[in-house]
Design a protein. Structure first.
Length: 736
């Protein structure tokens, strides 16, 4: 809880984490207003650590640096002088070299802190006091966003435009029944410091704001510059948050000059294809960013005849110029609890906080005005009875009680009269006291009206929000325009092909169908494990010993002029794992998966697909289990499933009893196993005929076929143990 509430998560009221709040308060106490002379950052950090924040100096300095970076914060709260880092990832100079002071917009957080608006608590050693919150005049949590990882919780809150958020807050104050859709007319989406373009659909944006969680697609913005002799170039002017020019250039360098990956001897087929593609369209990429142009990345095509849309789409797909931004609106609520909130929830809680803040401010000011009126009334009495007052003071040993008794004064009034200077008894001073007293009585009436009338309070808060928005607001930077994600289409001719996978994990694809599988050749000691006639537009899926599934388009499999290539050369297989099985076909085809522990489930080939080379964990296997051969089946023609145990037992059960798991998993028990027994095979059965492969008499490989009544005796319920197969035949596989 210390990490959750004391470090990582911001508060919904002022939008600050504790270290940020302490930095801003310490700078205010040092007198570092926006018009003050900046001081060394080391002095600020020392003040923060010594009085408020008993943590490391570097962490405090890093937090202050972040508050000053205009490429990180939409509205920087600190004005830094010196090197405060760059969007390319360069770090800030040491704190002894930089200077800082508060930015003008920081007054939205600090202007009312001495007006009784927030509570103060003792610091870590009780020597000083610090505010529990800052009296934020606008919802800073939405303006600058936040990012943090706590224990079991994380927050990713994007920044927003000040004018839009202020307008939404005003609308919600006037009509507390507004829903997310109504608020989104004012806040259409995030507004990032670096601009860029949000291409997510309106439904994605709405879902993120309604649930407090989502992912938005953000794309760079660019212009085409026309050159001499019909040449042209692309200039990137804005990048998504977290993406720098140097990062994009390094990604381009990696594509055009790839390095052999760890554990590989040569470049992978994917690396070679990307290198060839990138070099065929891109001639030069250079960084022309400067003080006047924070982002200017120039990309020159190989030829002016290259299609402009294809050129930019290719680079968007293979670099960070198009990326995702997480939305996770987790914050500490007014009740002190961390919670994921919607846009309406964040605004609603800040509005409650603002009403409380203004109410406390008015109450505090009313007490000051009442005290001043009380003092001025005593002074007026002195001016009317000045000779008598002087006489009492001159003749009394202790004038205070004498004054209180003689003129019916309070102790506060008597003390003030005794401290008055003689010059304040002048006649002109009397006119000033009368005028101030009249002004204070008017102010008191106004404050009393505000505290007594909710409508007047609401009107004042709306007026202040609109004034702050007018003073500190600016235009939106991020364009919101729905667009399809960039993609590079690879035209694949739909041709027949036969995929071949060997027992030792070598894979290849032979053109055409109708081959004699007995004629396929392999390396010495290797043999055919899987072969199937498919199309070049189909998908191949590999499974390793840990149940991880890897997808490769059939069109990308190597040709059959050689023995093929080891399957791991096409994949990023985890250390210690080994690819043991392959399956190929149309994405919509059904697949039966099982492990040697007796568990299994059904899915479709599309469920197993993954766009990343490292694949995805799909089968749940115990440490002593291995995946069995996956089997393709046609659901409409498969009423039953057959399971064969290692001790020679067979069970055929209805397919309805088998679980369908689109997301993978462990599945359900197929056949009951004895101690030390393993599942040997699992596959589809049409209910009429079942062919099994195995070891027969004399240890020779062979097949048996079960039909009709002979097969019917093995039917039963799932998870039963089944019956023994004919003696002297040990089944090892099922023939589809």
């Amino acid at each position: 809880m210390s990490v959750v509430k004391g470090r990582a998560l911001p508060d919904v009221c002022d939008g600050q984490k504790p270290v940020q709040r302490r930095i801003l308060y310490a700078m205010r106490e040092l007198g570092l207003a926006a018009n003050a002379k900046p001081v060394k950052s080391a002095r600020i950090v020392g003040e923060v650590l010594g009085k408020l924040h008993p943590h490391g100096d570097q962490s405090a300095y890093d937090a202050m640096v972040r508050l000053a970076q205009d490429f990180t914060m939409r509205y920087p709260l600190v004005e830094g002088h010196g090197n405060f880092g760059s969007r390319d990832g360069d770090g800030a100079a040491a704190m002894r070299y930089t200077e800082a002071r508060l930015a003008p917009i920081a007054e939205l957080l600090l202007a009312e802190i001495d007006q009784g608006t927030v509570d103060f608590i003792p610091n870590y050693d009780g020597a000083f006091r610090e505010p529990t919150l800052l009296p934020a005049r606008l919802p800073m949590l939405l303006l600058n966003g936040a990012s943090g990882i706590a224990v079991g919780l994380a927050t990713e809150m994007p920044s927003h435009n000040l004018r839009e958020v202020a307008a939404a807050a005003v609308a919600l104050i006037r009509n507390p029944k507004l829903d997310v859709d109504a608020l989104r007319t004012f806040v259409p989406g995030p507004d990032f410091p670096g601009g860029a373009q949000i291409i997510s659909s309106d439904e994605d944006l709405r879902s993120a704001y309604d649930t407090g969680r989502g992912s938005l697609k953000v794309r760079a913005r660019w212009i085409y510059e026309e050159l001499a002799r019909a040449q042209w170039q692309v200039v990137i002017t804005e990048l998504p948050p977290g993406v720098s020019v140097q990062k994009v250039l390094s990604e381009i360098e990696e594509a055009t000059n790839p390095k052999v990956r760890t554990g590989k001897k040569t470049l992978t087929q994917e690396q070679s294809q990307l290198k060839q593609l990138t070099l065929s369209i891109l001639d030069k990429a250079r960084d022309e960013s400067s003080k006047d142009s924070p982002v200017r990345l120039v990309l020159e095509p190989r030829s002016s005849r290259i299609d402009r849309e294809d050129f930019i789409n290719t680079l968007l797909v293979h670099t960070g110029m198009e990326s995702s931004v997480s939305v996770n609106l987790v914050t500490i609520g007014r009740d002190g609890r961390p919670q994921q909130k919607s846009l309406r929830g964040v605004l609603g809680e800040w509005i409650e906080f603002r009403f409380d803040t203004v109410r406390r401010r008015c109450t505090h000011r009313l007490a000051q005005v009442d005290d001043r009126i009380h003092v001025l009334e005593g002074r007026m009495l002195v001016l009317l009875e000045v000779d008598a007052v002087i006489r009492v003071i001159r003749n009394a040993d202790d004038p205070k009680p004498e004054l209180m008794a003689a003129f019916a004064l309070s102790e506060r009034q008597a003390e003030d009269i005794l401290e008055m200077r003689l010059r304040q008894l002048a006649r002109l001073e009397g006119f000033r006291i009368e005028q101030e007293l009249a002004d204070k009585r008017v102010e008191r009436a106004e404050l009393a009206e505000l505290l007594a009338n909710p409508a007047s309070m609401k009107k004042l808060i709306v007026k202040e929000i609109e004034a702050d928005a007018k003073r500190h607001g600016d235009a939106r930077r991020t364009l919101i325009q729905t667009s399809e994600r960039a993609s590079v289409e690879t035209v694949v001719v739909d041709d027949p092909v036969t995929v071949i996978f060997s027992s030792k994990g070598w894979v290849r694809a032979r053109t055409g169908h109708g081959h004699d599988w007995g004629q396929f050749t392999f390396k010495e000691g290797d043999a055919l494990q899987f072969a199937r006639e498919v199309r070049t537009v189909d998908q191949a899926v590999f499974i390793d010993t840990r149940g991880r599934a890897y997808a490769v388009p059939v069109a990308q499999l190597p040709g059959a002029r050689t023995d093929g290539v080891p399957a791991p050369s096409l994949l990023d297989v985890q250390e210690g794992a080994r690819v043991t099985h392959m399956i190929a076909g149309r994405p919509e085809e059904g697949v039966l998966l099982s492990g040697s522990g007796g568990y299994g489930f059904a899915c479709t080939l599309s469920d197993m697909l993954s766009r990343i080379r490292a694949g995805k964990q799909f089968m749940g296997l115990a440490s002593d289990e291995e995946p069995l051969k996956p089997m393709i089946y046609v659901p409409a023609a498969t009423p039953s499933i057959a399971a064969v145990s290692g001790f020679g037992r067979l069970l055929v059960f209805p397919i309805e009893e088998f679980k369908q798991l689109a997301g993978g998993g462990r599945g359900v028990i197929a056949i009951g196993l004895d101690d030390g027994e393993r599942l040997a095979a699992l596959g589809p059965c049409d209910g009429r005929t079942l062919r099994l492969t195995g070891i027969g008499r004399g240890g020779k490989a062979g097949e048996i076929e079960l039909k009709g009544a002979e097969l019917a005796q093995y039917f039963g319920r799932r998870a039963r143990k089944g019956l023994l197969l004919p003696k002297k035949f040990r089944a090892t596989g099922i023939v589809v």
